[in-house]
Design a protein around this ligand. Structure first.
Ligand code: 4NP
Length: 150
C-alpha cells in the first residue's frame, strides 16, 4: 500500500482539488494507494473545500462531502510515503517541520514537469482562477501515476 499526502497552505483550495482528481485518475489503476490532503496551517481547520474547488470537483463527478481541512501532523510524516507540496513555500514549511529521516518523502507537486517554467501550483485563494489550477494539476497526474507504478 502506497500512501500519498498532498499539502498546501489552507487545505481548502489546491490540495483537496489535487486529492480528488488524483483519486479519480488512479481509480482504474491496479495500485493499492491511499490519498489524503492537509494544510501547513490550521487556519481553515474543519472547513469544507472552497466553493471554487467544490465546483471543479463536482463538475467531474467527485464527491466533496467528506472533505474537511486539517493541519498536517508529525505522525503524517511517518505514515505517508509521498508528501507532495503544492508550492515552494509549502515545501520550505514542510522541510522545517519534518522529523529526522522523513525529508526524502517531500516533493514539489510540479517537480514531475521539469520542462515547465511554473514551479508552483497557483493558489486560487489569491488568483480567483480555479480553472488554471485545475489544468496544471491535471498535467502532473500522469507523471505521478508513472512514479507510483514503478
Ligand atoms: P490553499 O489556499 O492553500 O490552496 O487551500 C488558501 C486557503 C486559505 C488561505 C490561504 C490560502 N487563508 O489565508 O486562509
Amino acid at each position: 500500500m502506497k500512501k500519498v499526502l498532498i499539502v498546501c497552505l489552507g487545505n481548502i483550495c489546491r490540495s483537496p482539488m489535487a486529492e480528488g482528481l488524483m483519486l479519480q485518475y488512479l481509480a482504474n489503476s491496479p495500485l493499492q494507494i491511499t490519498i489524503d490532503s492537509a494544510g501547513t496551517s490550521r487556519w481553515e481547520m474543519g472547513s469544507p473545500p472552497h466553493p471554487g474547488t467544490q465546483k471543479i470537483l463536482k463538475e467531474h463527478g467527485i464527491d466533496t462531502s467528506q472533505m474537511f481541512s486539517r493541519q498536517i501532523t508529525l505522525e503524517d510524516f511517518y505514515v505517508y510515503d509521498w508528501i507532495l507540496a503544492m508550492d515552494q513555500q509549502n515545501l520550505t514549511d514542510l522541510k522545517r517541520m519534518a522529523p529526522k529521516g522523513t525529508i526524502d518523502k517531500l516533493h514539489l507537486f510540479l517537480s514531475v514537469l521539469p520542462e515547465s517554467t511554473i514551479k508552483d501550483v497557483p493558489d486560487p485563494w489569491f488568483t480567483g482562477n480555479f480553472e488554471e489550477t485545475y489544468a496544471l494539476i491535471l498535467q502532473a497526474l500522469p507523471k505521478w501515476r508513472e512514479i507510483f507504478e514503478r
